[in-house]
Design a protein. Structure first.
Ligand code: FAD
Ligand code: SF4
Ligand code: SF4
Ligand code: SF4
Lengths: 411, 405
C-alpha cells in the first residue's frame, strides 16, 4: 500500500512527502517526534551569508558559492532545481509565505539584529519608513523593547522608540508562553483589548514592531494592521516560534490532504536489505516492532540535533539508523576552540549523487542502495546556520529526491 | 533496596537529561493551553523532576491529564508523561481521595450497575443524585457517566453460535468496559472477526487496571495487569485483538513504561495485542481483507484518542474506514477530548476537560452532529455527552459495510 516511505517529519521529510503525494504516490511518513520547524524562525533561508557578508540576492551569488564550495549540498543540486523547488514550496504554504522577488529580506530579531532570509510571511516584511514603535509585553520574557530599539537604531539606521504594555494573556499569569498570546489573539475580544492598549501607549510612529505572537490559527496580523492604521511587523523570538508552528501546521495539513499516512511517535530502529536494495524498515512501536515496506525510502532524519547523527566521547561520529558512510568525520579538529568560527563537526554528513541517493565518499559513482535517498540536515558539507542555508538545502534536496523517484516511475 | 520497579522508574527519569528545552511539548499540551493552573510538560516533567526526592513539592502536577501527547511529540525521547505519572503516584500515595479510588474500579462499577442498569442509568441522570455524588465524591455533576447495558458481553457470548472458521484463531480482549458498558462494540468486533473467518476465543478476563494507574494506584494496577496477562496468555502465537484502544495500550506499553513491569507473561501478551483496526489494516496490506464493502453514504468525524496515538502506529482506523465506498471520514485533528480516562470526571477538573475538548466538540458538530467515531469508550462518552452526537467505535461502520446488521 506504500510507494515511498519517508523517515523524519522535519522540513525535508514534509517537503518530500507532499511532493510525492501530490504526484499520486502513496506515502507513509514515519517520525519519532516533530521536526525542527516549530523551533525555526518561520521564514525560509536559502543563502544568507557568504564569507561573513550578507547576501542580497541568493540566486545571483549561487554559482559563485557553488564553485567555492564544491562539496556543499547545493553543489549537487543545480541553481535551477533549488529555485524551482523554492517556488513550488511557496505555493504549498497557502499564503503563509509570500512569493519572493528574488532578493533576501532583512528582518529584525529579538536582539535587534537585521537577519537576511529568503521567504517571509507577509507579517515580517520590513517597511521602508523612518520611525518605529517597538512594543513589548510585560508578561512575555525574551522580548525586551529597549534592547531591540537601541540595536535596531544602530543596525538598521532607523528611529525607534521602546514601549511596554501590560496585558496578561490569561488572568493572573505573569510569565506566558508565546503560544498563549497567539491563542489569546485568535480571540476577537482579546485582540481588541490588545489594540486599545497599544493605541493608548505608542506615539505617532510610522510602524509597529511586536513579538511574533499575532495569532496561531487566525490572521491577527491583518486585523492589527487595519486597526492601528500602519504597518505592523512580527519580530522573530526564541522558541517556541509561532511563525514556525504555523508553517509546520500548514505543511502537515497539506501532507494529510494529499493522503500522506503520518505515523508519529515511534523511531525507525532498523532495516532489512539485500545487497543494494532496502526491503523494509523497522518501526519500534508500542509493544513491538513493525516493519514497513515501500519501493523507495527517503531519509530526512536531520542532524545531531535530532539524533540522526551521533558523536561519542572519543569524537567518533556515526549515522544512527543505516550506519551510512560519512564525509568529513575523520578530522581531528571536529570542534575548534573559537566559538565564532565554523565548527567542522557540523559539516559531517552523508554524501549523495545528484539524484540524492547515498554514495560512499570513497566510491562516489555508485549508490549504496539504489532506493535510499537522503535529504535535509543529514547532508554533508554545509555550515547551515552560519550560511543561513539549511532550509533551502532541506527543501531543494527533498524536492530533488522526489523528482528522482517520480522520474524513475515515469520511465 | 531497589526493586525492579524502582530501577525502571529510574530509567524513565534518566530520559529527563535528554531534554533540550525546545518547548515542543508545551506547544502541544492540551491542558496547558486552557488553564494557567498547569505550567506545562517541560516544567512539570523533566524540569521539576530534578528537584523531586520522594514527594513532589509542586502540586500542579496533579493537573497533568496523562494524555501522553508530550511524549509523542518530543523529538528527544523524553518520557515526560511517564515521569509525570510516576511522580503523581508518589505524591498521592498517602492522600488519595476516596473518589479516585472508586472511579478507578471500573469492573466493580460495572458489576454493581449491570443488574440494575435501567435504575442505575436513570438515577445517574437525575440532577439531585449527581449533585449529591459531586458533594460526596467530587465527581462533577455534568461529567459523562457510563451507561450500563442490560446484558453483558459474556451473556451474549454464551448464547451465540459461531460460524465454521475458515482461517486461524484469534483471542478477543474486550476489557471491562467491553464486558459491561460497551457490549455492542464487543459483539460487533466478534461478528466482524467471525465474518472474516476467524475462530474467536474469549477467555474470562478482568480489568487492565488503567484507571487505577492513571489515578496513581500503582500497586493495585500491577495486580490487575498481572492477572489479566495470565488470563489472556492462551493460544500462544495467536494475535490478541482488542476493541478498547486504551486497554490495548496498557498491555502494549504503559504497564512496562509507567508501572515498570517486566514480567515475561506480560511481554508475551503485550507483543501479541493488536487494536482491532490495526489488525484489519495489516490484513488489508497483505491483501487478506475482503474489500467488497457495501457503500455507506455518510460523512463523519473520527477522533483518534490520545491513548491510541501514543501507541505510535499512526491512525489505522482512519486508513481502514477510508476503504469503505461512499464514506467520508474527517480526521478531527484534535489533540484530546478532555476526559483522559477519569480526569474529566473530577469536579476540580471538569471545566478544564471541557475546554480541552472544545475544538473537538465543535468539529464533531460541524462535520456531522448525529454521528462521530472514536476508538475508546471513555472518550466516546465524553464526546457524546458534550455534543449530543452518537459516538461509535469505528468497528460499527465496518460491521455495517460488511452487511452484518
Ligand atoms: C541550533 C540550530 C540552528 C539552526 N539555524 C538555522 C538557520 O538559522 N537557518 C537554516 O536555514 N537552518 C538552520 N539550522 C539547520 C536546520 O536544522 C535545517 O534548516 C532544517 O530544519 C533541517 O530539516 P530536516 O528536515 O532535515 O531535519 P529536522 O527538522 O531535524 O527533522 C528531522 C526529523 O527526523 C526525525 N527522525 C530522526 N531520526 C529518526 C528515526 N530513526 N526514526 C524516525 N524519525 C526520525 C526527527 O524526529 C525529526 O522529526 C539550524 C540547526 C540548528 C541545530
Ligand atoms: S519536547 Fe522534549 S526536549 Fe523539548 S522541551 Fe519538551 S521534554 Fe524537553
Ligand atoms: S501528559 Fe498530556 S496533560 Fe500531561 S503534560 Fe503531557 S501533554 Fe500535558
Ligand atoms: S481501560 Fe478498559 S479494561 Fe482498562 S480499566 Fe478502562 S475499561 Fe477497564
Amino acid at each position: 500500500m506504500t510507494d515511498t516511505i519517508v523517515i523524519g517529519a522535519g522540513l525535508a521529510g514534509l517537503t518530500a512527502s507532499i511532493r510525492l503525494a501530490e504526484s499520486g504516490q502513496a506515502v507513509t511518513l514515519l517520525s519519532f517526534g516533530e521536526g525542527g520547524l516549530p523551533l525555526s524562525q518561520g521564514t525560509i533561508d536559502v543563502l544568507g551569508y557568504v564569507e561573513n557578508q550578507p547576501v542580497r540576492a541568493p540566486f545571483t551569488e549561487m554559482s559563485g558559492f557553488i564553485k567555492a564550495h564544491p562539496d556543499h549540498p547545493y553543489a549537487f543540486l543545480s541553481s535551477t532545481t533549488i529555485s524551482t523547488a523554492i517556488s513550488w514550496f511557496t505555493d504549498q504554504t497557502a499564503g503563509l509565505l509570500q512569493p519572493s522577488d528574488e532578493t533576501n529580506h532583512f528582518v529584525p530579531t529579538a536582539l535587534g539584529a537585521m537577519r537576511p532570509t529568503y521567504l517571509v510571511p507577509p507579517s515580517m516584511v520590513f517597511p521602508d519608513v523612518p520611525r518605529f514603535a517597538v512594543v513589548g509585553i510585560q508578561q512575555i520574557k525574551d522580548f525586551s523593547p529597549g534592547l531591540i530599539a537601541e540595536n535596531l537604531t544602530r543596525t538598521a539606521n532607523i528611529q525607534t522608540r521602546p514601549y511596554w504594555i501590560d496585558l496578561p494573556a490569561r488572568p493572573g499569569e505573569v510569565d506566558s508562553s508565546p503560544v498563549h498570546y497567539a491563542q489569546a489573539l485568535d480571540n476577537p475580544d482579546f485582540l481588541s483589548r490588545f489594540v486599545d492598549k497599544i493605541v493608548a501607549t505608542i506615539g505617532d510612529e510610522d510602524a509597529v514592531l511586536l513579538p511574533a505572537i499575532l495569532g496561531l490559527h487566525t490572521d491577527a496580523h491583518s486585523r492589527l494592521t487595519e486597526a492601528l492604521q500602519r504597518p505592523v511587523v512580527e519580530v522573530i523570538m526564541a522558541p517556541p516560534s509561532i511563525p514556525g508552528i504555523r508553517l509546520n501546521n500548514q505543511l502537515v495539513k497539506r501532507a494529510k490532504e494529499w493522503g500522506v499516512r503520518v505515523v508519529l511517535g515511534s523511531k525507525v530502529t532498523g532495516f532489512t536489505a539485500t545487497k543494494d536494495h532496502i526491503t523494509s524498515v523497522t518501526l519500534h512501536q508500542a509493544g513491538r516492532d513493525q516493519t514497513y515496506s515501500g519501493d523507495n525510502v527517503i531519509y530526512g532524519g536531520g542532524g545531531f540535533e535530532s539524533g540522526a547523527l551521533v558523536v561519542d566521547s572519543y569524537g567518533k561520529v556515526r549515522e544512527a539508523l543505516f550506519d551510512l558512510p560519512l564525509a568529513g568525520a575523520d578530522r581531528l579538529d571536529l570542534i575548534t576552540g573559537d566559538y565564532w568560527k565554523p565548527q567542522p563537526l557540523f559539516e559531517v554528513g552523508v554524501i549523495v549523487d545528484p539524484s540524492m541517493r547515498v554514495v560512499d565518499p570513497g566510491k562516489p559513482k555508485k549508490p549504496i542502495y539504489h532506493n535510499l535517498y537522503v535529504v535535509g540536515g543529514l547532508l554533508a558539507g554545509a555550515q547551515r546556520w552560519i550560511e543561513k542555508s539549511g532550509d533551502g538545502i532541506a527543501i531543494a534536496s527533498a524536492y530533488q529526491a522526489a523528482e528522482s523517484i517520480l522520474g524513475g516511475d515515469r520511465s | 533496596m531497589t526493586t525492579a520497579h524502582d530501577q525502571h522508574d529510574l530509567l524513565a527519569r534518566m530520559s529527563l537529561d535528554q531534554c533540550v528545552k525546545c518547548t515542543i511539548c508545551e506547544t502541544h499540551c492540551p491542558v496547558m493551553a486552557v488553564t494557567p493552573k498547569f505550567p506545562g510538560p517541560k516544567f512539570v516533567g523533566p524540569q521539576a523532576e530534578r528537584y523531586r526526592h520522594g514527594d513532589s513539592v509542586d502540586q500542579s502536577l496533579d493537573y497533568c491529564s496523562s494524555c501522553g501527547t508530550c511524549t509523542l511529540v518530543c523529538p528527544q525521547g523524553v518520557k515526560i508523561a511517564e515521569i509525570n505519572s510516576q511522580a503523581r503516584a508518589v505524591m498521592k500515595k498517602n492522600h488519595m481521595p476516596i473518589r479516585d479510588r472508586i472511579i478507578s474500579r471500573t469492573t466493580l462499577l460495572g458489576k454493581v450497575m449491570t443488574p440494575i442498569a435501567p435504575i442505575a442509568n436513570w438515577k445517574l441522570s437525575l440532577p439531585p443524585v449527581r449533585w449529591f455524588i459531586e458533594k460526596l465524591f467530587g465527581i462533577h455533576r455534568h461529567a459523562p457517566m457510563p451507561k450500563a447495558g442490560s446484558r453483558t458481553f459474556s451473556s451474549w457470548w454464551k448464547k451465540h453460535t459461531p460460524p465454521t472458521p475458515t482461517r486461524g484463531k484469534v483471542v478477543f480482549f474486550h476489557g471491562c468496559a467491553g464486558e459491561f458498558f460497551e457490549v455492542e462494540t464487543s459483539i460487533k468486533t466478534v461478528e466482524v472477526l467471525e465474518f472474516l473467518g476467524y475462530e474467536v476465543v474469549t477467555p474470562k478476563q478482568g480489568c487492565c487496571g488503567l484507571a487505577l494507574q492513571s489515578n496513581g494506584l500503582f500497586d493495585s494496577a500491577r495486580t490487575h495487569v498481572n492477572k489479566l496477562a495470565q488470563q489472556l496468555n492462551i493460544e500462544p502465537g495467536t494475535p490478541i485483538i482488542a476493541s478498547a484502544a486504551s486497554c490495548a495500550g496498557m498491555l502494549k506499553h504503559e504497564a512496562r513504561e509507567i508501572l515498570g513491569m517486566t514480567d515475561p507473561t506480560l511481554t508475551a501478551v503485550g507483543t501479541r495485542v493488536r487494536d482491532v483496526c490495526e489488525f484489519l489494516l495489516s490484513l488489508a496490506e497483505s491483501g487478506d481483507l475482503p474489500l467488497d464493502f457495501q457503500p455507506i453514504n455518510q460523512t463523519v468525524a473520527y477522533h483518534a484518542p490520545c491513548q491510541l496515538k501514543s501507541q505510535g502506529m499512526g491512525l489505522p482506523a482512519l486508513d481502514v474506514l477510508r476503504l469503505i465506498p461512499g464514506l467520508t471520514v474527517i480526521d478531527s485533528e484534535a489533540t484530546c477530548c478532555g476526559i483522559a480516562g477519569t480526569y474529566g470526571l473530577k469536579k476540580e477538573k471538569y471545566a478544564i476537560a471541557q475546554a480541552v475538548g472544545k475544538p473537538l466538540f465543535d468539529k464533531v458538530i460541524e462535520v456531522n452532529p448525529h454521528l462521530a467515531l472514536c476508538d475508546t469508550e471513555t472518550c466516546r462518552w465524553q464526546i457524546a455527552s458534550s455534543t449530543g452526537a452518537e459516538v461509535h467505535h469505528p468497528i460499527w461502520m465496518i460491521h455495517q459495510a460488511y452487511g452484518l446488521g
